[in-house]
Design a protein around this ligand. Structure first.
Ligand code: GDP
Ligand code: MN
Length: 348
């Protein structure tokens, strides 16, 4: 006769295996996510990936910001997923509403026009508040004032490779202030007068423009016109003190007063990118080739098979956007005199 089989016990219980935690000092850094309650399951997917690939080893905090109150479910689920401390902030109404210098009728007429032209988010008020908030206010939220570094995470992103070092410490040690993984051309219809507003700012504040800047990334005619290249801001690791500096705040206020967040549909990506391009030195901007990333519809998958094997990547190199004609990353390499990674011609 055979003795009855007992179900095997797996070691997969809550406290059986504690995550391996990296040693060394922590930076004064946090993840930051702007989200609605309805984004809960999409942001949960992002958090899970960030934790598995990076943060379970580092346990950095995570700040969540919302123009509304977060509900209990959002707080409970995200708190359970993040290995660091979680903090939840409500955005003050002044930072998520029309400034008094905006002509409401003019703004409404633009939304109507953009709706007819089928410009993405062209008829949305909330999207405009979101872009303006990310451009000018998130770094000044009281919960963010405690930190020096941030990593922005959006719903439904993917990370495809392990990150086995502290990216914040890397930024600090290498004197970086801003970083990106994907770059591309902005839709012209959303920013027709952005460059005029930038020129207006540079004329009135020449003291904020840095000499060894990245104008060559932004312009093909030495600053006469904008080529629409920008770093995609749904991923950012950056320095909050830079965003809170007089230079950046003067820049944001100057742009804001020209009205383009509402009379057009300026995105925070070109706004941040132009600031980084003109007010940081070239070598203060970093391209994280080893952070493999997806945000619909683009993928950054590191070029070079050995890198992908070493980092246990699960992205398909054929999906890599970097060397595609619509990416600006080649231009970034050229402007910075960088050598393109081995195999870049094949993997496109
Ligand atoms: P896209 O990536 O440009 O298509 O825009 P998303 O829909 O991803 O929005 C960008 C970020 O802002 C995401 O983190 C969203 O969760 C967040 N977001 C967008 N609209 C709102 C809003 O009305 N309220 C709040 N609280 N967050 C928003
Ligand atoms: Mn998004």
């Amino acid at each position: 006769s055979t003795s009855p089989k007992t179900a095997p016990t797996t070691p997969n219980t809550q406290n059986e295996l504690s995550p391996a935690t990296a040693s060394g000092d922590r930076m004064n850094a946090t993840f930051v996510t702007l989200a609605r309650n309805s984004d809960l399951w999409e942001i949960s997917r992002s958090i899970r990936q960030v934790e598995d690939r990076f943060n379970r080893k580092f346990n950095y905090d995570w700040v969540f910001l919302n123009d509304d109150d977060f509900d209990d479910e959002f707080v409970k689920v995200t708190t359970s997923l993040v290995s660091g401390k979680t903090k939840y902030g409500k955005i003050p109404t002044e930072h998520w509403s029309f400034p008094d210098f905006i002509d409401q009728d003019k703004a409404a007429a633009v939304r109507e026009e953009m709706k007819e032209k089928k410009i993405i988010y062209g008829d949305s008020i909330s999207y405009r508040h979101m872009c303006r908030y990310e451009s000018g206010f998130f770094f000044r939220h009281p919960l963010m004032l405690d930190y020096e570094w941030y990593w922005r995470v959006e719903p439904s992103i993917e990370l495809f490779c392990d990150i086995n070092y502290d990216t914040f410490k890397f930024m600090a040690d290498n004197k970086k202030k801003y970083s990106f993984v994907l770059s591309l051309y902005e839709y012209v219809e959303t920013i027709p007068t952005l460059w005029d507003a930038v020129k207006n700012f540079t004329a009135s504040h020449p003291e904020h423009i840095v000499k060894d800047n990245s104008m060559g990334f932004l312009s093909d005619d030495n600053g006469e016109s904008y080529n629409h290249c920008h770093f995609w801001s749904n991923f950012e690791i950056g320095n909050l003190d830079w965003l809170r500096s007089k230079a950046y705040v003067d820049y944001f206020e100057s742009l804001d007063h020209s009205g383009g967040f509402f009379y057009e549909r300026w995105g925070d990506a070109p706004v941040h990118s132009i600031a980084a391009g003109l007010m940081l030195q070239k070598d203060e901007i970093h391209f994280f080739n080893d952070i493999a990333y997806y945000h619909v519809p683009f993928t950054h998958c590191p070029t070079g098979q050995q890198t992908r094997l070493d980092l246990k990547c699960h992205c398909n190199p054929k999906d890599n956007f970097d060397w595609n004609g619509y990416s600006c990353t080649s231009r970034f390499y050229e402007v910075n005199g960088m050598t393109k990674p081995e195999g870049y011609e094949k993997e496109q």
